[in-house]
Ligand binder design. Structure first.
Ligand code: SAM
Length: 325
C-alpha cells in the first residue's frame, strides 16, 4: 500500500494538468474577499527535488514541466501555472517542484485555511517539515493529519466559511480508490452541496477508471471534465496514457480558460500522434449526452497543420516508476 512516492512523478504531464487547473481555480476563489478552505485528501510530500534521485530515475518531468519551459506563446492558464513554479525556483532553474499543498498555500490569503491528509508516515513527516520550516505555515492556517483522507474529509465538511475547494488526488494504486473517490464525492456533496470538488483521475486501460468518470458524469450537479491524452495506450495494457480533472461546481470562467489552453497543452505534451484532449461540461438540470449545454471537444494533433510534433531534443522516455503515474 505504501509503495507510491510522488517524487517519481513530480512535474509530469499529469501534474501539469492538475496543478495548472488548481492554481487557476484558486485565483478564482481569490476574486472574493471572503475566506475559504482548501482540503487536500491525498497531499503527498509537498515539495520535490527535480534534481534528486527519484525524479532523475523516472525522467517523467522531461515529458511534463520541462516541455513547457521555453515553449512559445503559452496560454494564460499555463502562464499562471509557470509563474507559480517559478516562484519556488527564484534562481531561474527548475530544481524543485511544488506539489498541491505548497501550490495551494502559495495562492491562498492569510485568512484562508488549508487542511491536508497524508497517510504515508515518511511523506507525512516531510510534508509537515516542509510546510513549517520552508513555507513558515502557522498551525492555525495549515493542519496536516496523517490519516486516511477519505475518512477525514467527512468530518471537515462543510467547512465553516461555506466556501471551499476539495482536491481528491489518490494514487489509484489500490483499485478500491476508484470506489472511494466516487463515494467521497457523493458523501461530500450531501454535506457541502456548493463545494468545489476537484478530482484527478488517470487515463489507464482499467475498467474502474472508465466507470469512475462515467459515474461522476451522472451526478446531478454542475461539472467540468478536462482530459489530456499524451500518447497511445500501450500494447501491454499497462501504464498511463494521459489524465483528467473532473471538477464539480467549477468556476464559471474555467471552461473558456481550458478551451484556450488544452490545444496548446496537447501540442506541447504530445508523445505521439495519438495525443488529444477532451473538454466536457454539464450544467445542473441538463443531461450531458442530450443537451446542447454539454460541450464535447476532442482534437487530434494531425487534424490541423498548426499541430506539430513537440520540439526535438527532449530526453527520451525513461524507466517507469513502480506505479501507474
Ligand atoms: N496531491 C499531491 C500533489 O498533487 O502534489 C500528490 C498526491 S499523490 C498522487 C497521492 C498521495 O496519497 C501519496 O503520497 C500517498 O502516500 C497518499 N495516500 C494514499 N492513500 C491515502 C489515503 N487513504 N489517505 C491519505 N493519503 C493517502
Amino acid at each position: 500500500m505504501f509503495s507510491y512516492r510522488h517524487a517519481f512523478h513530480a512535474g509530469n504531464h499529469a501534474d501539469v494538468l492538475k496543478h495548472a487547473i488548481l492554481v487557476q481555480t484558486l485565483d478564482y476563489f481569490n476574486r472574493k474577499d471572503s475566506p475559504y478552505w482548501v482540503i487536500d485528501t491525498h497531499a503527498g510530500a509537498g515539495l520535490y527535488a527535480l534534481d534528486g534521485d527519484w525524479a532523475g530515475q523516472s525522467g517523467e518531468v522531461t515529458e511534463g514541466l520541462d516541455r513547457l519551459l521555453g515553449a512559445p506563446q503559452p496560454p494564460a492558464l499555463v502562464e499562471r501555472y509557470l509563474r507559480a513554479i517559478q516562484d519556488f525556483n527564484p534562481d531561474g532553474v527548475a530544481n524543485v517542484y511544488p506539489g498541491s499543498p505548497c501550490l495551494a498555500l502559495h495562492a491562498m490569503r492569510p485568512d484562508d485555511r488549508l487542511r491536508l491528509f497524508e497517510l504515508h508516515p515518511t511523506e507525512g513527516q516531510v510534508l509537515e517539515d516542509t510546510l513549517r520550516q520552508r513555507m513558515h505555515a502557522s498551525r492555525r492556517q495549515v493542519a496536516v493529519a496523517r490519516e486516511d483522507g477519505f475518512a477525514g474529509l467527512k468530518r471537515l465538511l462543510p467547512p465553516p466559511p461555506r466556501r471551499g475547494l476539495i482536491l481528491i488526488d489518490p494514487s489509484y494504486e489500490n483499485k478500491q480508490d476508484y470506489r472511494h473517490v466516487l463515494q467521497a464525492v457523493k458523501d461530500g456533496l450531501q454535506r457541502f452541496a456548493q463545494g468545489c470538488f476537484v478530482i484527478w483521475y488517470p487515463l489507464v486501460q482499467r475498467i474502474q477508471a472508465h466507470e469512475l468518470v462515467r459515474s461522476l458524469e451522472r451526478l446531478p450537479v454542475d461539472w467540468l471534465n478536462a482530459s489530456l491524452t499524451v500518447c497511445k495506450p500501450s500494447a501491454d495494457g499497462l501504464g498511463m496514457h494521459g489524465s483528467g480533472m473532473f471538477i464539480v461546481n467549477p468556476p464559471w470562467t474555467l471552461e473558456a480558460e481550458l478551451r484556450a489552453a488544452l490545444p496548446w497543452l496537447q501540442t506541447t505534451l504530445a508523445q505521439d500522434d495519438q495525443a488529444r484532449f477532451s473538454l466536457l461540461t454539464r450544467a445542473a438540470g441538463t443531461r450531458p449526452d442530450k443537451d446542447a449545454a454539454a460541450i464535447a471537444q476532442t482534437r487530434k494533433p494531425d487534424e490541423s497543420g498548426r499541430h506539430e510534433r513537440p520540439p526535438a531534443g527532449r530526453a527520451p522516455r525513461q524507466k517507469r516508476s513502480p506505479s501507474r503515474r
